[in-house]
Design a binder for this molecule. Structure first.
Ligand code: PHE
Length: 341
């Protein structure tokens, strides 16, 4: 029996040392120390020994068991350390490898122009509003004094979502006038930039989607002089001191009187050239004094309050600002084009 124990000890210790994985080590533990393990089997035979032999043999057996157990523990530690080492090696990051440079882009020219416009108006005490592109015809038309039958309400001009022509893609940012009047305390000074949609074919100056910036002031004693003074100031800041402007009478359902504002052609200085189609002037924006009926529909007394509003096309402003000839370039997002600004 002494020999048996010595053999088991030698074999087991060698086997434990050779174990390459925790699973293999566990299998060996069962093989030697499990219920039917080799050492267990020997220990079960102790009963057959004579009383004289038993204490010494018992002590030896216990020593062997202790040796095996501590060898297994040791093996477990060895395998865990090896696993950690392997993982550290596998996950090692070489911090000396040069990084890949991030290519920094920059703002789209139209948003450069928008930021300039925003800054000018914020400097004059205006608040910038954001509004929905999916709009109610009630706000886009009715509340702006464009009743049923107004040509711009036609299905050939406007994108509707329903048969009843009630929900639509806004065709102008002017419904933001109504939203501002409905939600803000007087006096009001706002601009509202955003996308608008009309059923236009794409060409060098048209797109079914484009951007406008709406502006509105309502206060006591506001007159057409405020409209002209403010918009002239904006144009000087946008296109440079001394830029000449002119106001032409026009018609919008929600302003009375209404006008369009032109700037003198930057290319020819007013003589007439292809850029201004020989006119010497380029149309910049629509504006006017808010129609008393529009104020009334918003619950504002037109005998106490008055106001003016304007709407400016953002693409055209950017095209003039950066001398871009074709509207399509603004939307195509060709990096070779955008890089120039
Ligand atoms: N909404 C008008 C347009 O799209 C522009 C405008 C805005 C005119 C505000 C007057 C006042 O043409």
């Amino acid at each position: 029996m002494r020999e048996q124990l010595a053999n088991i000890r030698a074999q087991a210790l060698a086997a434990f040392e050779g174990a390459q994985t925790p699973a293999a080590l566990d299998e060996l533990r069962v093989k030697y120390l499990g219920k039917k393990g080799e050492l267990t089997v020997v220990l079960k035979q102790m009963g057959r020994l004579s009383p004289e032999e038993r204490p010494a043999m018992g002590q030896l057996a216990n020593e062997v068991r202790a040796a095996l157990e501590s060898a297994i523990e040791e093996g477990g530690r060895r395998l865990a350390a090896a696993a950690l080492e392997a993982r550290l090696k596998a996950e090692a990051v070489d911090v000396t490898i040069p990084g890949r440079a991030v290519k920094l882009g920059h703002q789209h020219p139209m948003y450069v122009a928008l930021d300039e416009i925003k800054e000018i108006f914020i400097g004059m005490g205006f608040t910038v509003l954001d509004g929905p592109e999916v709009e109610l015809a009630e706000l886009n038309f009715d509340r702006l004094n464009a009743e049923e039958g107004h040509p711009s309400r036609d299905w050939s001009d406007t994108f509707y979502f329903d048969e009843d022509s009630r929900v639509m893609l806004r065709s102008q940012t002017s419904p933001m006038q109504v939203r501002a009047m409905d939600s803000m305390p007087l006096p009001i000074r706002i601009i509202a930039p955003g996308r608008v949609y009309r059923k236009d074919e794409v060409d060098a100056t048209h797109s079914p989607m484009f951007h406008q910036v709406e502006g509105m002031v309502i206060d006591k004693g506001v007159t057409m002089a405020d409209l002209k003074g403010t918009l002239n100031t904006v144009v000087q800041k946008l296109y440079g001191e001394g830029t000449r402007t002119r106001f032409r009478p026009h018609h919008f359902p929600f302003t009375e009187p209404s006008c369009e504002m032109d700037v003198q052609c930057h290319k020819c200085g007013g003589v007439g050239c292809p850029t201004c189609k020989g006119e010497g002037w380029i149309e910049l924006l629509g504006a006017g004094m808010i129609h008393p009926r529009v104020l009334e529909m918003a619950g504002i007394d037109p005998d106490v309050w008055s106001g003016w509003a304007f709407g400016i096309g953002l693409e055209r402003t950017a095209m003039r600002r950066f001398k871009i000839a074709d509207l399509r370039l603004i939307f195509e997002n060709d990096v070779r084009f955008l890089e120039q600004f």
